[in-house]
Ligand binder design. Structure first.
Ligand code: URP
Ligand code: ZN
Length: 463
C-alpha cells in the first residue's frame, strides 16, 4: 500500500523543507520536492507542517501506586497520546511487590500493554530496593532478550536504592551498555520536611512544594552525576528536571566535560508555576513530584532549551481523577496520589509556548520531542525522524490555527487538565502511525491493540 503526502513542509531537527513524502507499507520511501506516484493514495497537506510522530519517553500508564491506579490504562493513555501527536511511548514501570526481581515487572507490563496500546511502545525497567547479583544479571538478560535497554531507579520513595546499590548499578550499566534513568530528590530532606508538615498540621496543597524544595533536587542531581562520572562515566538520564538549582548542577557537569548523560524536563515545569498550590482544592490537581516551581525556574529551563543544554521534553503523564482519586489528599497533601495528566498536551504546548513565543526554534521542538528521545532510547532512525527508511509516523500540523485547551475535548480518562483554558497556537490535523491515519481533526480512528512493542537498541548516550 502506498500513500503520498503532498505539499507539506517537512520539519526535522536540522531544517524545515517543502517536500512530498511517499510512504510504502508503513515505511517512508522518499522525501523530495515533487513526487509523482499515481498509484498512491493522496493526502494534500496544504502547505502545513509535517512533523515526525513524537516520542514520549516518560509515561506511567496504568501505574499501580498501592492504594489506586493511574486512571489511564495503555488503551486510553495511548489514544490520548496519539491525539496529541505522540506515536511512541516509553512507559516507566511501577515498582512491583516488595522482594521481586526485574523480570517480574517486565511480564506484568506486557500483560498491561499488549493488545491495548494504539501507539508503538516500549518500557523502562525498574530497579527496586537492592542491586544484588541476581538483579544485575536480570537487567543484562532483559536488555538482551527484551530490548529494554534503560532501567529506572529512584533516590526517594520506599523502594529507592541507596548509594552503594546505585553505584553497583552504574558500574553494571557501564559494562553492559544499559542506560540508567533516575528520579532525583534527596530522600532525607523530603521525608524530614513531610514529617514536619505533619507535626505542625501544615497539610494543605501549598505545603507540597515546601516539602520538596529545589535544593533536594539539586543535591540528588549533583550526587548522581558525580557517581556516574566515578563509574567511568556510566550512561545516565535525569528525568523531569524541574528547577534552576538542579539545572546549575547539570551545567556544571557539562562544563567539567562529562558527556554520557542526558536531561529531560517536562511541559509542566516550563509552563506552570507553584501559584497553582495556593488554592487548597485546585492545588491537588498539581500534586506531582517534583512539584511545580517559581517563574525564575521556568525561565532558566526555557533558556537551557534554547541553548541546547537539555536533551528532551517528556511528560511524566501519570493521571488521577480530581473528582475521586485526588480527593484522597484533601485533608493531607501527603495522601494525594502524585502525578498529573499531560501526554496529549505536550506537543501542542511545546509548539505554542516554545516555538510560537520565540523561545525555541521549530527544529528544536522536533529535536526535544522526537529526535533526541529516539536517539537516547535506542529507537533512531526507525522513530523520531522523517527520512527514507524510517517508520511513517507523521503529524500534520496547522501552525496558524488557534485553540483553547479544554479537558472535555481531550481523550484521556482524567477529568481535568492542568492547562485548562490556555489559548494555544497550532493544531494537529492528522496523525499517521506506520502509514495508517489514526487521528483526524481530533478524532481517534485507530483500533485497540494495533500499537507494536518495540525492542530498543543501545542508547546514544552509551556511545
Ligand atoms: O508525581 C509523579 N511524578 N508521579 C509519577 C511517579 C514518579 O514519581 O515518577
Ligand atoms: Zn515519572
Amino acid at each position: 500500500m502506498r500513500t503520498l503526502l503532498k505539499n507539506g513542509t517537512v520539519v526535522n531537527d536540522s531544517d524545515c523543507v517543502k517536500a512530498d513524502v511517499l510512504i510504502e507499507d508503513g515505511i517512508i520511501k522518499e522525501v523530495s520536492s515533487s513526487i509523482d506516484a499515481p498509484d498512491a493514495e493522496l493526502t494534500d497537506a496544504g502547505g502545513k507542517l509535517l512533523l515526525p510522530g513524537a516520542v514520549d519517553a516518560h509515561t506511567h500508564m496504568d501505574l499501580d501506586v498501592g492504594f489506586t491506579r493511574a486512571c489511564d490504562d495503555f488503551y486510553s493513555g495511548t489514544v490520548a497520546a496519539a491525539c496529541g501527536g505522540t506515536t511512541t511511548i516509553i512507559d516507566h514501570m511501577a515498582f512491583g511487590p516488595k522482594g521481586v526481581y526485574p523480570w517480574h515487572q517486565v511480564k506484568e507490563y506486557h500483560s498491561l500493554a499488549d493488545g491495548n496500546a494504539v501507539t508503538d511502545y516500549s518500557f523502562h525497567g525498574v530497579l527496586q530496593e537492592k542491586a544484588d547479583d541476581r538483579t544485575l544479571a536480570e537487567i543484562r538478560e532483559i536488555a538482551e532478550k527484551e530490548g529494554i535497554t534503560s532501567f529506572k531507579l529512584y533516590l526517594t520513595y520506599d523502594m529507592m536504592l541507596h548509594d552503594k546499590d546505585v553505584f553497583a548499578v552504574l558500574n553494571e550499566a557501564k559494562r553492559s551498555n544499559i542506560l540508567i534513568t533516575v528520579h532525583c530528590e534527596n530522600d532525607g530532606i523530603v521525608n524530614y520536611l513531610r514529617d514536619r508538615c505533619g507535626a505542625e498540621n501544615n497539610l494543605t496543597a501549598a505545603f507540597h512544594p515546601k516539602s520538596r524544595p529545589a535544593e533536594a533536587e539539586a543535591e540528588a542531581v549533583n550526587r548522581m552525576l558525580y557517581m556516574a562520572e566515578c563509574a567511568d562515566e556510566a550512561p545516565l538520564y535525569i528525568v523531569h528536571l524541574s528547577s534552576e538549582a538542579g539545572l546549575k548542577e547539570v551545567l556544571a557537569a557539562r562544563k567539567r566535560g562529562q558527556k554520557h548523560f542526558g536531561v529531560e524536563t517536562c511541559p509542566q515545569y516550563l509552563v506552570l508555576n507553584d501559584s497553582l498550590y495556593d488554592d487548597p482544592e485546585e492545588g491537588l490537581k498539581a500534586i506531582m513530584s517534583p512539584p511545580l516551581r517559581k517563574d525564575s525556574d521556568r525561565t532558566a529551563l526555557w533558556e537551557a532549551l534554547k541553548n541546547d543544554f537539555l536533551d528532551t521534553v517528556a511528560t511524566d503523564h501519570c493521571p488521577f481523577t480530581f473528582e475521586n482519586q485526588k480527593q484522597r489528599g484533601k485533608d493531607d497533601f501527603r495522601l494525594c496520589p502524585n502525578g498529573a495528566p499531560g501526554v496529549e498536551e505536550r506537543l501542542p504546548l511545546l509548539f505554542s509556548e516554545g516555538y510560537g513565543k520565540g523561545r525555541i526554534t521549530l527544529p528544536q521542538c522536533v529535536k526535544y520531542l522526537c529526535v533526541n528521545p529516539a536517539k537516547i532510547f535506542g529507537l533512531y532512525p526507525k522513530k523520531g525522524v522523517i527520512k527514507p527508511g524510517s517508520d511513517a509516523d507523521i503529524v500534520i500540523m496547522d501552525p496558524e490555527k488557534t485553540r483553547t485547551i479544554r479537558s472535555a475535548s481531550l481523550h484521556g480518562n482524567a477529568d481535568y487538565s492542568c492547562y485548562e483554558g490556555m489559548e494555544i497556537k497550532g493544531a494537529i490535523d492528522m496523525v499517521f502511525l506506520r502509514g495508517e491515519m489514526i487521528v483526524k481533526d481530533n478524532e481517534f480512528l485507530g483500533k485497540k491493540g494495533t500499537g507494536r512493542y518495540l525492542k530498543r537498541g543501545i542508547s546514544s548516550l552509551c556511545l
